[in-house]
Design a binder for this molecule. Structure first.
Ligand code: NDP
Length: 260
């Protein structure tokens, strides 16, 4: 293989990618990164207006047409209907990035039922429902990529987020299960596990100087992650370059999980 042929394996031209929760935050940057690598992306959130605004910005930035989709990932009915509409409109989904996620914080003795339920629904059950739905057409075609967004909490615990950690740990094993079921059908499922990144989800932590200093000190890179730090991993796992990579978890965390 010559070098140019090797690099072309990363080209996403002709691939259709749905990134859930891409109206803002990590998903927004991942969607733009996939578009910059050639993919036709579907920007997604609960509200169509927000998805259309982000899709317009991605089209303007990359020159690639980005589409918008709106449905609540916590409703299996909405997931099935939403995927059906995208498949009808665009023909297929080659890449699913399960990024939509939420956080709820409280010490375990004070953790509310509704917060547990919301975390499990959004961070885990939705990943199941979306993966199940897109896998049907992927199996029929004999190809596809499913990428989950985990977390350093897929492996490491912190006070007040036991429930979030449970969901992020579970998707690692769920993804290995997808590998077992779908690998024989030419489909790869992997997890990107980000460290601490500045987004709406972590705004309170970023503005807490004590916590922010702890993140910088605990991370060998000495800084918070920039959402653009995730693009290389996402493009790789979405591309033919990762056709023999399956069931894996790639930590993009500035080295945090490698050290104590
Ligand atoms: P944000 O809060 O910035 O964005 C979350 C996105 O998810 C929004 O686009 C939101 O869309 C969407 N979303 C949330 N709930 C639903 C729902 N029920 N149905 C459809 N869309 C939904 O989060 P981040 O970008 O920070 O996080 C993205 C992912 O990365 C999450 O899975 C998170 O756990 C993970 N992560 C984040 C880290 C960080 O440091 N920020 C670190 C490690 C992992 P809308 O509100 O428009 O509907």
């Amino acid at each position: 293989m010559t070098l140019p042929e090797g690099l072309s394996a990363f080209d996403l031209t002709g691939r259709i990618a749905l990134v859930t929760g891409s109206t803002r935050g990590l998903g927004r940057t991942i969607a733009e990164g996939l578009a910059a690598a050639g993919a036709t992306v579907v920007v997604h959130g609960r509200t169509r207006d927000a998805a259309e605004v982000a899709a317009g910005q991605i089209t303007a930035a990359t020159g690639r047409t980005a589409h918008a989709a709106a449905f609540d990932v916590t409703s299996t009915l909405e997931v099935d209907g939403g995927i059906e509409r995208i498949e009808q409109e665009l023909g297929r989904i080659d890449v699913l990035v399960n990024n939509a996620g939420i956080q709820r914080r409280a010490r375990i003795d004070e953790f509310a039922d509704e917060d547990w339920d919301a975390l499990v629904q959004t961070n885990l059950t939705a990943v199941f429902a979306l993966s199940r739905r897109v896998s049907r057409a992927m199996i029929a075609r004999g190809s596809g990529k499913i990428i989950q967004i985990g977390s350093v909490q897929s492996r490491l615990a912190r006070p007040s987020i036991a429930a979030y950690s449970a969901t992020k740990g579970a998707i690692v094993m769920f993804t290995r299960g997808l590998c077992a079921d779908l690998g024989p059908h030419g489909i790869q499922a992997n997890v990107i596990a980000p460290g601490y990144f500045e987004t709406a989800l972590t705004r309170a932590l970023v503005s807490d100087e004590t916590f922010s200093a702890w993140v910088r000190g605990r991370t060998p890179a000495g800084r918070w992650g920039d959402p653009r730090d995730l693009v290389g991993a996402a493009v790789f796992l979405a591309s033919a370059a990762a056709d023999f990579v399956n069931g894996q978890t790639l930590y993009v965390d500035g080295g945090m999980t490698a050290v104590v």
